[in-house]
Design a binder for this molecule. Sequence first.
Ligand code: FES
Length: 103
Amino acid sequence: MKDGVHLGPAPAEGAHRGFRHGDRYLLVARLGGTLYCIDDWCNHAGCLLSEGALDGEVIVCPCHDGRFRVRDGANVTEVRLCADQATHPVTERDGEVYLLGDT
Ligand code: FES
């Protein structure tokens, strides 16, 4: 879809928000003015990362404290329990987030 799929209101600077699109769960965070999107469904045991807290550029999973860098989905947990989170391109128009690419 050329213009992307509407997800909802964009998070403020330093904040994050979870969205659902069909059967997909997505987390969008704004850091340094840029929006980043990763899978919200933690690939360790399926908890929603959006229910966790941002620690700088890292979202901390509320279930087992897995730590994922929001800008590239990298698992930066000291003892890695699982893989990196997938990333997705998003854009913002009029304060709303749109998911780009193969949706
Ligand atoms: S479910 Fe996220 S670290 Fe276990």
